[in-house]
Design a protein around this ligand. Sequence first.
Ligand code: B12
Length: 475
Amino acid sequence: MRRILLIEPSYRNKYPPLGLMKISAYHKMLGDEVVFCKGTNLSLRQEKWDRIYITSLFTFYWNTTIKTIKYYLKSVDNTKHIFVGGPMATIMAEEILAQKGLEEITILRGLLNKPNMLDENEHIVDNMVPDYSIIDTTKNDYLTYNYPVSDAFFIHSTRGCIRKCEFCAVPKIEPNFKKYVDIKPNIENVIKQFGDRRDLMIMDNNILASPDLEQIVQDIIDCGFGVNNNDYKYIKDGKERTKKRYVDFNQGLDARLLYEHPEKMELLSRVAVKPLRIAFDHADDEFVKIYTRCMWLAAENNIKDVSNYILFNFEDEPNDLYKRLEINVLLNTQFENAGYRTRIWSFPMRFSPIFGEEAKGRKFLGKKWVRKQLRGIQCILNATHGVVGPKHAFFKKAFGENIDEFNKLIWMPEKYIIYRNENIENGNTDRWNELFCQLDTNSLAEFKSLIGDNVFVDKRSDNRLISKLLSHYTE
Ligand code: B12
């Protein structure tokens, strides 16, 4: 029997560490002792382990992840018994191995989808039924973190992706497209071993690319997630109760595939999907046409909750963000007028680099962006909790009546954006506005280049208007 410690660094994440849950199942099957902990724990560090597995997620959690690996280095006899894997480790393996003290650790890149990866045997870790007991805080004394999404089955019905988008790390993490994974045995076994879960989180990168989509949809329905058979029964206070359960494909679905194959939308509408997320990655006319058609397809197929991921701060410019948000609110109005119940929610998604130094943090600035604009967007999104709802009036209030208003808004002092009403009422916003509108083309350019870096202290100008404006940012 080996002693196995599983660690997820203490970063904030939504879903439990599926990779570690599968590794746990694998070791328990072999009769090993397994302990899972999130973050650092002194008593676990003081013990000796035959192996420590440390998972990783986003590259921008670099610092926490590296610190965690270093923290447990002495808890094994040989540093090669520290195993590190998951998305960040796959993308940045060289950089991790270049860290002092980490040269000898074992990094396993990508999926554990072949035999002989952890030991010399035929077992395939990726196919294991995940061990949900390790994330149960009532059963695991070392876990105090509550994952925001936990009452769900976490599954893959395909792996990899057919595309190679520059902004995406999936081609590195899951390079081969596997078109079908039977989810039924997995779900049945989870229920048998750990009890039922409410929702279904489908972690696929591009489920629509599968030629077996119809079979996958049937599997989902057979597991109790059909649009008309999605009752979830549970016991509370000794009584049986029922609520609805839903499917979340969690990644943005590929609009081009829906456009080329509208019948795929009909297939999706057979499952209790909530919400249906579509990737709105580009603002060019061709893509807007494709995206808009997809949204109408969703409405025509009676899918009520639709959402979209708007990639920004990549090769786009700020206006492209406004344009895409506006397309969505206009579509909402059109749906309402046409009698459809479909409503669209938007999630602006700031691009984070996937390679190199910049991937280690979240400071990246797209070519057509300056820091103040990015910060301005962030301030607006703070107020809306990152989501932009379907109401046109609300959108206009948050992002401005039109592109010009929007371009003004994001240059406003942060506190005027965040505490909007208060500063409108006390007249600050008007005073700022009056000055800002007096700037001619040259002085506007000077002003923007002066505060573009989002730093306001020690900034000076001979221009009287600009000096006055600056005081709004520092007082
Ligand atoms: C699900 C998911 C999410 C979920 C949350 C995930 C979570 N766990 O909490 C949601 C939808 C919320 C999300 C959000 C975002 N995501 Co995301 N997401 C993913 C996705 C699809 C899967 C990640 C995951 O959880 N995998 C579960 C893993 C760990 O399980 P598994 O795959 O079965 O594990 C296998 C291997 O990884 C390995 N393994 C795993 N752990 C370990 C450990 C050891 C020791 C070993 C040996 C092996 C091993 O073996 C396992 C079995 O084969 C990935 C893409 C991908 N295909 O990886 C993007 C991805 C991680 N996301 C990405 C991005 C950019 C984001 C956002 C920043 C987008 C945005 N701009 O807002 C946000 C971040 C929000 C935030 N600040 O928290 C990028 C990350 C790029 C980067 N720089 O790090 C990825 C890679 C996708 C991409 N487009 O490139 N995401």
